[in-house]
Design a protein around this ligand. Structure first.
Ligand SMILES: [Zn+2]
Length: 398
C-alpha cells in the first residue's frame, strides 16, 4: 500500500535549477542514484519557501498545531490524531489553534490555512491524493488535497465495491475518545469518507510513521506501536508523494482469527483504522451491479417499491422463471443494452444511482450476477456456442 518516498528538495548545491536544461529521465535516475537521495529535483511548489541545507530540528513537545478557522474534515481528524499520538509519545498535549491566533514557538501546520498560503503552500497545487511533509523555518507543514464540506459535495452519490456503503455512508460519525482512550475530544466526530480526498490525513499519518515511529498493525492498543521518549524532536527530509495504488479497499474483520488478532476492536476503532491505513483513494467500484434490475423490471418489491419502473420480463434470461438475481440478463437484447447505457448516462449526468447500482466517481460498473444460468434465447445461445469452452471468460463472464 505504500512505497518509498520520493524526496523533493531544493538543489542549491547543484546550481540554480532554473538555469540548467531540464534533465532527461535517464539523467534524473543517474543523478538520484549518484547522490543517493540528495537533492536532485527542482522545487515543485511555489518556490517561495527558502530551505536551509539541513532541515531544522523541531521540538514537538513545545509545538502548536495550527489549522484553518474552518478546517476540512480531513484536517480536523489529522489534528486530533497528531495531538493524540504526540501526547502518547512524549506526554505533551499540544494546543490546536486556528491560524488567526498568534503563536510563539514551532508550529505543526495541518491542512491548508492562511498560514500555509502565506508560505506559498496550497493544496490545489498538489495532485489528487498527493501530500506534502515540509520543514519550514516556523515548523512543519502537513498538507494535502482535502474534500471540502459543501452541500454540492455532500450531494454527490455513489456506491462502490463494498456496496452496503454508499459514498455518503462512508462519512461515519465516531466516538473518538472511546475509540482511542483520548479524553481530550468531547464531541463525536465525523470521519472523512474513505473516498473523500484527505491528503492532509495521509501527510499526517505518514509523518507519524516516518518521523515519530508510530506503527498501526491493527485497530486496538495491542496492535499499535507508539514509542515513548521525554522529548520528541524531529528532523529530516521533506516528503512529497502519493500512495502508489490509486484505489485501496480491503475492508473487513469478519474472520474470527482476525478479530482475535486485532483484539476484538470496536466498530469505531475499525473505522479509524481504515483511515490510518489510508484506505479509499480514487473513487472506483466493481461488484454485482445489476442486482436491482429485478426490483426495477421484474416485479415490485414491497421493501423498495419506489425502484419499480416497468415490467420487462424480456430483460431477463429466458427459459427459467427464477428471480432476477438468480439468473443472468438476456445480454443480447438491444433493449437491455440500451437500458444499461442509459443508466450509465444518467449517473454521469448527475442523476444518481438506482438501487444497488455500483457506480463511483468516473466509473460505472457493468458486472453480472454470480451464476451460470444463461439466457436460452436463440441470440444468446448463438453467442454462448462461440464461447462454449470458456463460459466464464471471454464473452459471457462474471
Ligand atoms: Zn437472450
Amino acid at each position: 500500500m505504500t512505497t518509498k518516498a520520493e524526496k523533493t528538495q531544493h538543489g542549491s548545491h547543484h546550481g540554480d535549477p532554473a538555469l540548467r536544461p531540464p534533465p532527461s529521465r535517464r539523467d534524473f535516475l543517474k543523478t538520484t542514484a549518484l547522490f543517493a537521495g540528495a537533492s536532485a529535483i527542482p522545487q515543485f511548489l511555489g518556490g517561495s519557501v527558502a530551505r536551509a541545507a539541513e532541515s531544522p530540528c523541531v521540538n514537538l513537545n513545545v509545538a502548536t498545531i495550527v489549522i484553518a478557522r474552518n478546517p476540512t474534515p480531513s484536517a480536523r481528524l489529522a489534528s486530533l490524531e497528531l495531538r493524540h499520538h504526540i501526547a502518547k509519545i512524549c506526554g505533551a498535549v499540544l494546543p490546536i489553534l486556528p491560524d488567526s491566533e498568534k503563536v510563539a514557538g514551532p508550529c505543526l501546520f495541518v491542512g491548508e490555512s492562511d498560514a500555509t498560503r502565506g508560505l506559498g503552500l496550497r493544496a490545489a497545487d498538489l495532485k489528487p491524493q498527493e501530500y506534502l511533509i515540509r520543514f519550514v523555518p516556523q515548523g512543519i507543514v502537513l498538507l494535502g488535497r482535502d474534500w471540502q464540506d459543501t452541500p454540492k459535495n455532500r450531494a454527490e452519490t455513489g456506491r462502490g465495491t463494498h456496496y452496503q456503503t454508499t459514498l455518503a455512508d462512508w462519512r461515519q460519525v465516531i466516538d473518538y475518545s472511546a475509540a482511542t482512550g483520548d479524553g481530550n475530544v468531547k464531541d463525536r466526530i465525523e470521519l472523512p469518507g474513505i473516498f473523500d480526498e484527505q491528503g492532509t490525513c495521509y501527510a499526517t499519518y505518514d509523518f507519524l510513521e516516518r518521523f515519530c515511529g508510530v506503527r498501526w498493525y491493527g485497530p486496538t492498543d495491542l496492535n499499535i506501536i507508539i514509542p515513548t521518549k521525554p522529548t520528541l524532536a524531529v528532523q529530516g527530509d521533506d516528503v512529497r508523494r502519493a500512495p502508489a495504488f490509486a484505489y485501496r479497499e480491503g475492508i473487513g474483520d469478519g474472520y474470527p482469527t482476525i478479530k482475535a488478532q486485532w483484539n476484538k476492536p470496536t466498530p469505531d476503532q475499525l473505522k479509524l483504522y481504515w483511515r490510518r491505513l489510508r484506505m479509499g483513494g480514487e473513487k472506483w467500484g466493481g461488484n454485482h451491479s445489476i442486482r436491482s434490475f429485478q426490483d426495477r423490471f421484474l416485479r415490485k418489491n414491497p421493501a423498495c417499491p419506489e425502484l419499480f419502473e416497468k415490467e420487462r420480463p424480456d430483460f431477463f434470461a429466458q427459459g427459467t422463471t427464477e428471480g432476477g438475481f438468480k439468473r443472468q440478463l438476456c445480454f443480447t437484447n438491444p433493449d437491455v443494452i440500451a437500458q444499461l447505457v442509459q443508466d450509465a448516462r444518467d449517473f454521469f449526468d448527475g442523476k444518481g444511482i438506482k438501487g444497488n447500482q455500483v457506480a463511483l466517481g468516473d466509473y460505472f460498473a457493468l458486472v453480472p450476477n454470480d451464476n451460470n444460468r444463461w439466457c436460452k434465447c436463440e441470440r444468446c445461445q448463438a453467442v454462448l456456442k462461440r464461447d462454449r469452452y470458456n463460459r466464464k471468460g471471454k464473452i459471457f463472464g462474471n
